[in-house]
Design a binder for this molecule. Sequence first.
Ligand SMILES: *Cc1c(COP(=O)(O)O)cnc(C)c1O
Length: 354
Amino acid sequence: MTAAQVINITKVETSKLNDLSLENIPFGRYFSDHMLEADYENGEWKNVEIKPYQPLLFDPSLAAFHYGQAIFEGIKAYKSESGEAFIFRPYDNFRRFNVSAERMCMPTVPEEIFIEGMRQLIEIDKNWIPARKDHSLYIRPFMISTDTMLGVKPSETYKFMIILSPTGPYYATPMKINVEERFTRAAPGGVGFSKNAGNYGGSMKAAREANKQGYDQVLWTDAVEHKWLQEVGMMNVFFLVNGVALTPSLEEGTILQGVTRDSVITLLKEAGIPVEERRISIDELITAYKAGQLQEVFGTGTAATIAYIKELKYKDEVMTFDTDSWKTAPFLRKQLGEIRESAIPDTHNWMFKI
Ligand SMILES: *Cc1c(COP(=O)(O)O)cnc(C)c1O
């Protein structure tokens, strides 16, 4: 670590935990006692600090407010039965964060700040990891551009931060999904593979229209033909067809390279279930459904882990599933849960010990 990257630490006097129960806490509403902050100026990272969680003060001309150079990550920390703290695959998120940074013309963040800063922050706020089943501490690293001037060009200064939010079980009831054929999330050559803020602002209208029709989310399709399947909200998607797990491939750069997606592919292959990463059209799914071969449909992501999809609607075609009879998605949910809670051996080295 260079001298500039020594992490200065200022601790709170009294913890907010004295007044808060971590049981069944809703997602993303409460934040731990401390946060990490670092600034990028003159081509280098400086002022790396862990300090009490607090508001920021910014000039109204702040570049991030206007032109969207803003990226983030989502990671979870867990406590084992014996009380040890672990982060799930943080190096994968670290690499992906820097892929997003590169795409958005932002500086990359070094490991000494992203990983080591996260480790120290969680060490300090360890008591904020709920020690209950299906509970975790959600970690939100993010970076924004901080130049104060209105020219449309990459900023010269940036702020990187990490905040922590304890969370209870996520929305676990099976979802109803509408296959989107009007709005577009990502096109080849675009920014679909990066976790940048604008992708999410741009996707809200489609989700809201789906909500009005009684659907929880949309399954995005490609921008040109609206028939090649991409992903669901903040989740990658898997289809079990005749014993084979299908998931859209990453090649076109239009979907997020999910860490949960990668974990699920690994676990499926180990369980002897073939996995095909390739283009999948809605027509292929409908044909499989009519032949009685579309067995399971589920989403994968850090927040929800494995989310069952009980209904898929495309135009007038409604495909429904009896999730109670499923074997594969429940197996994956159980397996991932046990790895994260250190109930079974971590043979892939996915758990990073604090
Ligand atoms: C974050 C995200 C995912 C899931 O990625 P994980 O690493 O598994 O959490 C999938 N799709 C989108 C659009 C996302 O933003």
